[in-house]
Write a protein that binds this ligand. Structure first.
Ligand SMILES: Cc1cc2nc3c(=O)[nH]c(=O)nc-3n(C[C@H](O)[C@H](O)[C@H](O)COP(=O)(O)O)c2cc1C
Length: 345
């Protein structure tokens, strides 16, 4: 039996390892989520996108599919942000309703334990979730948002630093600064995300006060990837340190690999209206992530891409990540003792 460490988050969820695979929409990530949960972490099923009128029904299908693949706890992610005009995303409430409805089935409720809302304020959907039996996590990029989310009644804060892949935050606060600040400001368990890919990162997150870690980009570059084109996963591996940028995506700033598509976008931003730009970005995201067009496509991914050098097998990766973190912490304890010795008696 591999080792793990105690964690309020793992106890709350009933999982062995406090390792979360985060929402990676609009790709369903059902197989990936089941693989992470089977490995002892917490997988997350992602939502199908914000424009499909049948989306809530599709999401229910994803949830049932995940239940067929694992008996272990898993989560669902629903962004509840606002669009560029300030309107709350129209499908957010419908998606949250579909998740709440799903856990009325006791067989689903046994496995679907957590909903992670992201992007906006959780208060918008808090009343829908309260009383459902679901653990409510909300993702934030700042300490004030974390305090507000706790006051709104959420059970868990996911604090994600600016280096995170995909939609990031309008104010650039990185994981190393955000982690201790959020952990000191709230009492509920904190899951730290953004830039984590190895045991040293997990050990650092624990030292910053986190109860668990969440990874996104690392799980895209995986043998368990059935959602994205393999060239996209390979591109994450090939990306050099610092070859990622933040651009104005459809729902705010987003971090992606620095492909030629983003240079094209910078020119188009001068001429196209909002609707045409949105259509262009949606098309280029699909061409990059689904179709594997590495030049023309937009490829959301984190700053951590520069440190990722291989494809992982999830079943081995999750326990190994925790074991590596424990080894790092034990090694540190040894180093701390060594430096307290008298050097010049
Ligand atoms: C391809 C991709 C898609 C993402 N989609 C979502 C999403 O639908 N909802 C969400 O809350 N976050 C989304 N994120 C952010 C992740 O959930 C997570 O917070 C982030 O990847 C963590 O940082 P890391 O990439 O450095 O591990 C996405 C990230 C990536 C890389």
């Amino acid at each position: 039996m591999t080792r793990t460490f105690s964690s309020r988050f793992a106890d709350l969820l009933g999982i062995r390892y406090p390792i979360v695979q985060e929402g990676l929409g609009p790709y369903k990530t059902v197989r990936l989520a089941a693989a992470v949960s089977e490995a002892g972490g917490l997988g997350t099923v992602s939502m199908p996108g914000m424009t499909d009128p049948d989306g809530p029904k599709v999401l229910r299908g994803y949830i049932e599919e995940c239940c067929a693949l694992t008996d272990r706890p898993f989560a669902v992610n629903v962004p509840v942000g606002k669009d560029s005009t300030g309107t709350v995303l129209p499908f957010s409430a419908a998606y949250v309703g579909a998740v709440v409805d799903a856990v009325r089935d006791p067989e689903i409720a046994r496995r679907l334990r957590m909903i992670t809302t992201s992007a906006g304020a959780p208060g918008v959907v808090r009343d829908l979730i309260a009383g459902s039996g679901l653990i409510h996590a909300h993702k934030v990029g700042g300490t004030r948002q974390a305090v507000r989310a706790q006051a709104d009644g959420v059970d868990v804060i996911v604090a994600s630093g600016y280096e995170a892949g995909g939609h990031t935050h309008s104010r650039p606060v990185h994981t190393m600064v955000l982690g201790p600040s959020v952990c000191a400001a709230v009492d509920v368990p904190v899951v730290l995300a953004g830039g984590i890919h190895d045991g040293a990162g997990v050990a650092a997150a624990l030292a910053l006060g986190a109860d668990a870690v969440a990874l996104g980009t690392r799980f895209v570059a995986s043998h368990d990837n059935t959602d994205w084109h393999p060239a996209y996963a390979q591109k994450i591996i090939d990306t050099a340190e610092g070859d990622d940028v933040v651009f104005a995506a459809v729902y705010g700033p987003s971090r992606a690999l620095n492909t030629p598509a983003l240079a094209e976008l910078a020119v188009l931003e001068e001429t196209l209206d909002v609707a045409a730009l949105t259509a262009w970005k949606d098309d280029r995201l699909i061409r990059g992530q689904r179709d594997g067009e590495m030049e023309a496509g937009i490829l959301p991914a984190g700053n951590v891409s520069g440190a990722i050098t291989d494809l992982i097998h999830v079943a081995e990766f999750v326990p190994a990540l925790v074991e590596e973190a424990i080894a790092v912490l034990e090694g540190l304890a040894g180093r701390v003792r060594a430096t307290t010795e008298e050097r010049n008696p």
